[in-house]
Write a protein that binds this ligand. Structure first.
Ligand code: FES
Length: 558
């Protein structure tokens, strides 16, 4: 095999005999010295179902690499469990972990001069972090998704991670027994794999398949399916093609590929976090892709998937209807995807999809026909107004209506929602405003899954709206608006809202309005002070100093 332009082996032979000696020291042979070296970045760790099996998958990837005449060298990067950190201070570390993953992969591959890189990823922030690294490095590479979890069951009902949070809301509302509460908690997570609905992990996995950065079906093989192992073993042959043709990530991650990715997010009812992540990934790839572009895609893309959180089915059900390739093929045939985009198979999207099965609309119920969608346009709407002059992101599937007008119930921290809810102070007609939870104020722009799930569980999901400068989990459903920018910490008007203020959220006109005069807001601003952050050193301090607005993807390298 010819080495690509990043060949480190030849360079080291001339300039760095110590490196060559060290490579012999790790067990490489003379023959290995002329092979391409592939860094395999595993986000595996034992403490999270999404990541617990990834080190094992990385070993299969390495085997496939070795069998195809290259040297595979596994290294590790970090991960944070979004499920476990939701609702506690640990959530502040979740979004920063995306950028640490990107930085660490870039750092290792840049330093070690690997010819290519493969990232084995599982939980929410793993995928965008690794994609950012691939785009920055621009050396041949791809990702392998660890796969979705199987659903759990209790008393005949299918369960997942959101069931556990919603059980808490039912507990507050007194509509679940202690025994059933414990039963739901014990049975929601049956083993390895990422959270099972079209939440953030499966959203990013599906859309990165649409972007062409994984082998076909990577997003639809469950973690424990035999196909996942086969995919890992097949990576070696694909990597060889990328090296021989010198196909680099930026050859794949062009403007049309970003449009393909975001189209799939819209069509499948994916997570609002995809907005943040694709803005950040585009920044890493040097592609112009903005909130306006995302709104344009939303305007032209119907929501056609009956998947959780707002729908009925799990990601594990997708494989049975033909997997992600069948869905992509349908969207492509209907003119929603750019088929000419290059992928990590070395072929175009259209060439890959020629071999994909067709969706059978007589038998499958997950994907609706384009002509009879669940919603004619995308569920993600970018809103502007005096509450969000730089934009906010709403997730409106239509089930909850498209317009909400109500009175503000202000929570200066996420914890106050739970406090007010347990006291019965949040009532139908309220717009719950959760502030000081932005990228800097949170810090880390925490997800509000616990309050939204608790509201759902308390039976208020259809009668209460929620807005925040924080984020929402991919598991969130209900009338919710997040990513409000500027955030309260930066002086955004969300910091000036008072209990009882009237707020209008209009997902048709794309507006979010606080019905308070400019004069009154100016008076309130005179008394306003930003919160004092307790983070005076360490990683969160660095994050607060470097992070950009959510409207720019919360990147840390502007
Ligand atoms: Fe990892 Fe949900 S906690 S995907």
């Amino acid at each position: 095999m010819s080495l690509n332009k990043f060949s480190r082996t030849l360079t080291q032979e001339i300039t760095n005999p110590a490196a060559k000696a060290m490579l012999y020291g790790i067990g490489l042979t003379s023959e290995d010295m002329n092979k391409a070296q592939i860094g395999i970045a595993s986000t595996g760790y034992e403490g999270n179902p999404c990541n617990m099996h990834l080190n094992g998958l990385s070993v299969h990837v390495k085997k496939g690499i070795q069998e195809n005449g290259m040297v595979g060298l596994i290294f590790h990067t970090i991960g944070v469990s979004d499920g476990m950190t939701n609702g506690n201070d640990g959530m502040s570390y979740s979004l920063p972990s995306r950028d640490i993953i990107a930085d660490s992969i870039e750092n290792v591959v840049g330093a070690q001069w690997y010819d290519g890189v493969i990232a084995v990823v599982g939980c929410d922030k793993n995928m965008p972090g690794a994609m950012m690294a691939l785009a920055r490095l621009n050396r041949p590479g791809m990702l392998v998704y660890g796969g979705t979890i199987r659903s759990g069951t209790y008393k005949g009902e299918k369960l997942d991670i959101v069931s556990a949070f919603e059980a808490l809301g039912k507990k507050y509302a007194g509509t679940i027994s202690d025994e059933d509460y414990e039963g739901v908690i014990r049975n929601s997570i049956p083993g390895a794999g990422a959270c099972g609905g079209m939440y953030t992990a499966n959203t990013m996995a599906s859309s990165m398949e649409a972007m062409g950065l994984v082998l076909p079906n990577s997003s639809s093989y469950p973690a424990t399916h035999e196909g996942k192992k086969e995919e890992c073993l097949a990576i070696g042959a694909a990597m060889k093609v990328l090296l021989e043709k010198n196909i680099c990530p930026r050859d794949i991650m062009n403007r049309h590929a970003f449009e393909n990715a975001m189209t799939v997010v819209m069509a499948l009812g994916g997570s609002t976090n995809a907005v943040l992540h694709y803005l950040a990934i585009a920044h890493s790839a040097g592609v112009s892709f903005t909130m306006k572009d995302i709104q344009d895609i939303s305007d032209r893309t119907p929501l056609i998937a009956d998947l959780k959180p707002s729908g009925k089915y799990y990601m594990e059900d997708v494989l049975a209807i033909g997997g992600m390739p069948a869905i992509l093929k349908y969207l492509w045939q209907k003119g929603f995807l750019h088929g000419e985009c290059l992928t990590v198979t070395g072929k175009t999207m259209a060439e890959n999809l020629a071999e994909a099965p067709d969706l059978n609309f007589d038998t499958q119920k997950i994907i609706y026909p384009i002509e009879q969608p669940l919603k004619p346009t995308g569920h993600i709407q970018i809103l502007y107004g005096n509450l969000a002059t730089e934009g906010a992101v709403a997730k409106i599937t239509g089930k909850e209506g498209e317009r909400f007008e109500g009175l503000a119930k202000v929570c200066n921290r996420e914890e106050e929602v739970m406090e007010y809810l347990s006291k019965g102070e949040i009532k139908a007609g309220h717009v719950v405003v959760i502030r000081n939870e932005g990228p800097k104020g949170g810090p880390g722009m925490p997800e509000m899954l616990k309050p939204t799930s608790a509201l759902m569980g308390a039976g208020l999901g259809n009668s209460v709206a929620m807005i925040t400068d924080g984020r929402f989990s991919g598991g969130t459903h209900g009338f919710v608006v997040g990513h409000v920018t500027p955030e309260a910490f930066d002086g955004g008007n969300i910091g000036l809202v008072q209990d009882g203020d009237k707020i209008t959220i209009d997902a048709v006109e794309n507006k979010i309005i606080l019905h308070v005069s400019d004069e009154e807001l100016a008076e309130r601003r005179k008394l306003w002070k930003p919160i004092v952050s307790p983070h005076t050193s360490g990683v969160l301090r660095k994050y607060i100093k470097n992070v950009a607005s959510a409207s720019l993807g919360c990147v840390t390298d502007l």
